[in-house]
Design a protein around this ligand. Sequence first.
Ligand code: NAP
Ligand code: MG
Length: 462
Amino acid sequence: MKAHDGMYIDGAWRPAASGETIDVVNPVDEQVIDRVPAGTAADVDTAVRAARAALPGWAATPPAERAARLGALRDVLVSRKDEIAETVTAELGSPLAFSQAVHAAVPIAVAGSYAELAATHAFEEKVGNSTVYQEPIGVVGAITPWNYPLHQIVAKVAPALAAGCTVVLKPAEDTPLTAQLFAEAVDEAGIPAGVFNLVTGLGPIAGQALAEHPGVDLVSFTGSTAVGRQIGATAGAAVKKVALELGGKSANVILPSADLAKAVNVGVANVMSNSGQTCSAWTRMLVHRDQYDEAVALASTAAAKYGDRIGPVVSAKQQARVRSYIEKGVAEGARLVAGGPESPSAQGYFISPTVFADVTPDMTIAQEEIFGPVLSLLRYDDEDDAVRIANGTVYGLAGAVWAGEEAEAVAFARRLETGQVDINGGRFNPRAPFGGYKQSGVGRELGAHGLSEYLQTKSLQF
Ligand code: NAP
Ligand code: MG
């Protein structure tokens, strides 16, 4: 066992109490590349006790000192960015260039933003005859998925530590090596023992034990709506705060005045990126009926160009799931114009970049999150129709609007029931609040809004 091959609890590396392990598989060649401890309720309990014991000291640490530790953490992530990218590529399967540009780079930006926020945030304010203190909510149980392994960890842990909270993290079973690397970085950054703890293990065992633990004050979860609903119910019964970042089925609305070719090409790239495993991906492209045939031709050409340049999906289970959605699309009468359910490669969990035309709003592929490189093109008659279709799912995480004039796109975006909208291809902003309307979630991550999720207020009257 290498130093970091265990779980990181109370500043030390240790195996699971059970002695069991979980295999980590490379989705490109299906080979087992490593093993990590399979934590159980016993390990979760040890970690939560460590986090509780560390809480008073960390909460009382001046924000400037917490900011300095977060700055040091950011610097370690910078110094180890190549190793991070290689690790994400090994366990998630994403092409190395994408791992470098996104999986390693975005968490560095987010960690840096919280180092700054911890130093500058007003943790105290005057309201009339009161002084209002923003205090850490306590011990955070963080449960993360595999699709952006390090980003989702940092988007929870960095604001939690900035706020003065302590954390127990249960990362996805498919991508635990990135989480081990992160724990090493925390240790290297000089963050005190017990402030951050890592328990690797299975969702229904370690994850559920963490969500149910009475020593956890806030559960922050990113993943499927099904598990999110269960975690929300458990937290509700315990009158515990919960933050849920769940699925999406975002609309990319191309208004008739837009640059059609640009909007379609960027839209296809958005869905194929990370092999379609992005909760905010614009998986429904909405095109005016007069431009529809041209958009279909552009999209099918664009998808074909991706060919074998996209990586596999994360696991055999996800591959089977995505293929069954593609089969369902065909069965429900949508028209395949690129890709299809057949595996493009005998080895690895690959899916062909797939585009469906003639998709109607009621079809399964227009309603459910597929989480693979699959795009659906829908037709709209007029702007009201486009709004109705765009808002016609249970989700509301993200979206895009394209128009000739920015003001026209903004006016349309304001009618969307969704947490964020990219205007004419606007760039991801790691300081803007990220989270969902409707069943896409509860709460916001990133920036100052993300920080406030980990704080509670105390008012003193004078
Ligand atoms: P998931 O099961 O919801 O996994 C998310 C995290 O929750 C993982 O750490 C998982 O552990 C854990 N977990 C699972 N069951 C749990 C339970 N009963 N109690 C507490 N924690 C639990 O998601 P998935 O199975 O990996 O993916 C399924 C679908 O979810 C995807 O196809 C996609 O539609 C959606 N998804 C959305 C996002 C997003 O960013 N919004 C991210 C990932 C997946 P294990 O890893 O051990 O299962
Ligand atoms: Mg799962």
